[in-house]
Design a protein around this ligand. Structure first.
Ligand SMILES: [Ca+2]
Ligand SMILES: [Ca+2]
Length: 908
């Protein structure tokens, strides 16, 4: 019985996919429909299109070679923004959109043209997108640095699609090998080269051999590795794709397990090729015997202006729980504030039958918004016929150019309709995107399928009004065109039950990246509260300045021009003798066309889940694709019973968070408290100017140069990063992550089913012949609570430890009680059975065990090498630009006299 259960689980997991998933298909060894989207901010340049085609064509044959004749690219779609001139050869996108693109061509916000892939899952997991810059696509000079575009594409595709990681490490460029040699962090080790540093004088600079720094045993800083262009070394796509002879991935034989890189840390020292061979793509593809593949075909698709019709349920059940009022309130917000100017908007209502309330109206100013608002439904009765509503929506959307391609429907319903599947075929053929909003706990289970079939968003709002779910759902339905400057950005969304004569008070921070088209919306459930709002300069707004609407039970204030930057204080008081729910929603748009707004986004690892697998919550905070660090991120997860679960998300490189400081904030979610739909929402707060923008991680290697036939060829220098002025100041954001569905949760009290999550950041150091270990504590249930104890193992053989954790020698760590998940842990001991001598390398692994005796997966293998300097054998470091020879020699002598032993440490 148990086996059957597991089998069912596996099958379900394979068919599960999220609306944010790529639309790429793999058919008979060929990838089809790769989406490459050009950002609307990029000036029109047809060379970008030509170079995309050439890049993908080159990538296809290189990919075939690198995957040993298994995979290539059959077709791609290039999404052209509507800011570019139209062309009769451009088709119209259907469900393809910028926010579902596999490859984004966009300006870098901070600096540089380095290509990178946004990866957020673990080893073997797919990434989100590849980012290439217009300069990378157009300027052939950058190709010397990163390699030909087709090769870079395959390097990034391996991150995106097969979940492998980089084999270089900018932070730890060199390490000391088991043989006591200093090596560049790379794969394979067989790829030789020269280690050189610039020595500069009055007559310019020249390159000399790097010297070992006596304090670290490693090369002096600024030393760079220049790999050989070696005709015999082919296996280095995740390190040296720029080198001409490279056309394969490091495999089990050539893999460098010692290199301190992300691949070894996150993939348990497995080679990139072994991980790729385990991917579903490779498993589905037998090697081709005929490798004469056709070149990829391209479809050029250009966006049209947005067309969206609200399809709203007005059946009898909508009169319960105040649903019709909340529908009116939320769709009014959507029409008045959220939908972008230039969009065409229609309204359809449905119960047993459907009715057009408004044909498409193009939004130019408030006049059209007001007109549409008057047509929103206020009464509910009759049955539920979802397909009738959808068909009517198509009819409206077709009116502009007799096609529904690329048009959108926002479908809101609370009802069950067993006939929902009767229009699935029409929906598929329509080429329209359907976003679904499920209201209450009875909405039809087929609703999510409508969204899945069309790549739409899946949203859910419970009947609990103080979660603001419905307004947040509508706020999350943005245009998928990639034009963030046009989008309405939610700054705040809060609602609470307020007792008689009590107030809802707080502050909302408007930051300098937003401020245009700002509105404050106060909602109430019975009677308008007393409203006070003060801007950062002390200007006050009260009930008289707000426009109130008794039907939607909301009061709105629109700030003309650009709202003042700073804290806006509000005080909403319930002056009635009964309790009521008061809410505040604040939205704004970008203030400056040249400064991208800070944007938060949140999503789950899957949109369906079977208990007891833990889920993962992600939130990304970015400014123009650059990650934003150091902010407080809180997830609010609301199940159907309305009992909201609060979860702080962390960017600490522990637990579910694979990479520290990459602007992706993560946490495991295990607090399931019922079956059915859950809604995800996240709140982001930067206080005391903690928020900072940063450079994305996981980027292609900057190659400083290479050695060909014994001659060192230098590439242009790496641009310097200036990160002085990236403080973002105070800001806040809220974002809706949509709905996910959980099943199989038993009722009643549950046994402990969750083991501690894997420790991923174990580091080891040897200091004064003592070993010191550091890591981030895991929890009892994934990354929540405290584990009960640790099991620490060490070995002189890393492979033995990776193969079987129990092979390691147990170290007594019982004196250390595990701290709460997320805390910094430290443990020191003197190894008993290992004689420490110069060059000794010891490997460590750690397992956490919970109260129920459940063990975590073994940690990353940490590695510590003991380095004892031998002063006589090594000269002092090379003279660097700006340093005088005397001072270097002076400090060098001091070190030789005083240093007995030095420590070298890093983790794999
Ligand atoms: Ca992270
Ligand atoms: Ca547990």
């Amino acid at each position: 019985m148990k086996k059957v259960g597991i089998l069912v689980l596996l099958c379900v997991l394979q068919v599960t996919h999220s609306s944010r998933d790529s639309l790429v298909k793999l058919i008979n060894n060929g990838y089809e429909d790769i989406i490459i989207a050009i950002n609307p901010k990029i000036p029109e340049n047809s060379n970008i299109i030509d170079n995309i085609k050439k890049m993908v064509t080159d990538a296809s044959s290189y990919m075939l070679q690198a995957t040993e004749n298994r995979l290539y690219i059959r077709s791609a779609k290039i999404l052209i923004p509507n800011t570019w001139s139209s062309n009769s050869i451009y088709g119209r996108p259907k469900t393809e959109s910028y926010d579902k693109a596999d490859i984004i061509i966009a300006d870098p916000f901070i600096y540089g043209d380095f290509p990178y892939t946004l990866q957020y899952g673990g080893c073997g997991e797919r990434g989100k997108y590849i980012h290439l810059t217009p300069n990378f696509m157009l300027n052939d000079k950058v190709l010397r640095i990163y390699g030909p575009r087709g090769r870079v594409f395959v390097h990034e595709w391996a991150h995106l699609r097969w979940g492998v990681f980089d084999e270089y490490n900018d932070d730890i460029p060199f390490y000391i090998s088991k043989l006591g040699k200093v090596e560049a962090t790379r794969c394979p080790l067989a790829l030789g080269g020269l280690n050189k540093v610039d020595i500069c004088g009055a007559r310019g600079c020249k390159k000399v051999d790097c010297q070992v720094d006596l304090t670290t045993g490693l090369f002096e800083s600024d030393c760079a590795f220049y790999p050989n262009v070696d005709r015999e070394v082919h296996e280095s796509v995740m390190y040296g794709q720029a080198l001409e002879p490279v056309h394969a991935f490091c495999n089990a034989k050539s893999h460098n397990k010692e290199a301190p890189n992300q691949q070894n840390r996150l993939c348990n020292q497995k080679s990139t090729w072994e991980v790729i061979m385990d991917s579903p793509d490779i498993k589905a593809s037998v090697p081709l015997t005929d490798t004469n593949i056709p070149g990829p075909t391209f479809a050029l698709l250009q966006y049209k202006d947005r067309v969206v019709t609200l399809v709203l349920d007005v059946s009898g059940s909508m009169s319960q729980f105040d649903r019709i009022t909340r529908l009116y309130q939320a769709s009014e917000v959507y029409i008045m504030q959220i939908v972008e100017s230039g969009s065409s908007v229609g309204i359809v209502t449905f119960s047993s039958d459907a009715k057009i309330e408004s044909e498409l109206v193009k939004i130019v100013d408030t006049f059209q918004r007001e007109k549409l608002k008057q047509l929103l439904p206020k009464v509910a009765n009759g049955g539920t016929n979802i397909c009738a509503g959808v068909r009517k929506g198509f009819e409206v959307n077709k009116k502009t150019d007799s096609s529904t391609y690329g048009t959108e429907i926002v479908l809101l319903t609370d009802g069950e309709d067993t006939a929902i599947s009767s229009c699935f075929e029409e929906v598929k053929a329509s080429g329209a995107i359907i976003h679904t909003i499920a209201l209450g706990d009875k909405a039809d289970k087929g609703l999510e399928q409508l969204a899945d079939l069309t790549g739409g968003l899946k949203l859910f709002a419970s009947d609990k009004v103080d979660a603001n779910g419905l307004i947040d759902s509508f706020s999350g339905i943005q245009s998928g065109s990639g034009d963030v400057l046009q989008q309405s950005i939610q700054i705040e969304s809060t609602a609470t039950t307020i007792q008689p004569n009590k107030c809802l008070a707080g502050k909302v921070t408007i930051d300098s990246t937003v401020g245009n088209d700002t509105f404050f919306l106060v909602t109430w459930s019975y009677i308008i509260p007393s409203i006070e709002l003060k801007d950062p300069k002390g200007k006050e707004y009260k009930n008289a300045q707000f426009v109130s609407d008794i039907v939607s039970k909301s009061s709105r204030l629109t700030i003309p021009g650009t709202a003042e930057v700073g804290d806006w204080e509000y005080n909403l008081c319930n002056t009635q003798s009964v309790e009521q729910v008061l809410g505040l929603t604040v939205n704004s748009r970008a203030a400056n066309p040249d400064v991208p707004p800070i944007v938060a986004e949140t999503y789950m690892n899957a949109d369906t889940n079977i208990f007891p697998s833990p889920m993962i919550v992600y939130a990304t905070v970015t400014q123009g694709l650059a990650p934003v660090l150091g902010v407080k991120v809180t997830a609010f997860i609301e199940p159907q019973n309305g009992k909201v679960i609060t979860l702080p998300l962390l960017d600490n490189g522990a637990g579910a968070d694979i990479i520290k400081n990459d602007g992706i904030y993560t946490r495991f979610f295990t607090d399931f408290n019922g079956n059915g739909r859950y809604n995800l929402k996240v709140h982001v707060q930067s206080q005391d100017s903690d928020g900072k923008a940063n450079i994305p991680k996981s980027r292609a290697l900057y190659l400083p140069g290479y050695v060909e036939n014994g001659t060192l060829v230098e590439n242009p220098p790496k641009p310097k990063v200036t990160i002085d002025d990236l403080n973002l100041g105070n800001f806040s954001r809220t974002s809706s992550g949509g709905a996910f569905v959980v099943s199989n949760v038993p009722s009643g009290p549950l046994p402990d089913l969750f083991k501690p999550s894997r420790i991923m950041d174990l580091k080891a150091f040897i200091q004064d012949l003592k070993v010191r270990l550091t890591w981030t504590a895991t929890g009892d249930d994934a990354d929540k609570g405290n584990a009960s104890r640790y099991d620490l193992r060490m070995s002189l053989n890393s492979e033995a430890l990776v193969e079987n954790f129990d092979n390691g020698t147990a170290v007594n760590i019982s004196s250390l009680a595990p701290a709460i998940a997320g805390s910094a842990e430290e443990f020191s001991f003197t190894p008993q059975d290992i004689a420490l001598k110069n060059g000794t390398v010891i490997y460590f692994g750690l397992v956490a065990i919970d109260e129920a005796g459940q063990k975590s997966e073994p940690s990353n293998v940490a590695r510590a090498a003991l380095f004892i300097p031998t002063p006589a054998a090594k000269p002092a470091p090379t003279v660097k630009p700006g340093n005088s020879a005397n001072s270097i020699l002076g400090s060098g002598n001091t070190f030789i006299l005083t240093l007995v032993l030095t420590i070298l440490a890093y983790h794999l």
